[in-house]
Design a protein around this ligand. Sequence first.
Ligand code: SF4
Length: 291
Amino acid sequence: MPPTRSRATRSAVPEQLGFAGMPERLFVCTPSKLGAYADCPRRYRYSYVDRPSPPKGPPWAHNSLGASVHTALKNWFALAPERREPEALPTLLKATWVREGYRDVEQERVVYRRALDWLESYVATLDPEEEPLGVERVVATKTSVLALNGRADRIDSRGPEAVIVDYKTGRSGLSSDDARGSQALALYAYAAERVFRRPCRRVELHHLPTGTVAVHEHTEESLARQVRRAEETALDIMAAEKAVAAGADPDEQFPVNPGSLCGWCDFRKVCPAGAEAVAKEPWTAVEHLTT
Ligand code: SF4
């Protein structure tokens, strides 16, 4: 988001504050909704403001792969501990496999096999007797600006603490910087701490293709910083929506943010900036798994 815009929209914030600096209403959001705006305000508008929403491009194979693996792991934890055996995985994965976006059946078959390998290696690292605090668990909390909710892939109980676990299936490995910088993980931790009434400072990215775990230990201050950033984003969004409702040009209030994400954007075909982007095939991001 261009800094000049951020300053301009934030200057409108006091106008929408009610008693004692509280906003007139809370901004209901998930981490992904906030992330969509931070990535590109125009993409946010196409997804959450324009009704009807503009038509999206075709489904992506990498999203199908991610959804399939996530659901298989969810269902793994739904099994009784004595049934959490690697032999259960092919049935789980087949039952939840999403077929959309692949180039052809042959590519889909190879990617399925890779996903099964990842799952087999991953569950070998898990203690079948260990029950997480939550699996695909919705955690929700409020701040003075946000009514926040989000679905965490897994929340573990480790001693007196809750730990946020997020599964990743993308190409590149992840570092502790990725775990530290993830606003979504920080917001899950902030909400989980309040829902479970126990400390939740540790966030982990579990990258299934490499079997690596990227970790960050938040502090109360670092979580508060991420919440403040999220609130600033929400105030920007509310200011833009309010301006549009008052007659401002929606294209100016929700500007494009052209960049490397455009090639992967669902709205590339309807967005004026998207026309410049190099188009990706729906299966481009899984092609490396078949070579
Ligand atoms: S194509 Fe690019 S600029 Fe347009 S909405 Fe998508 S991400 Fe934003």
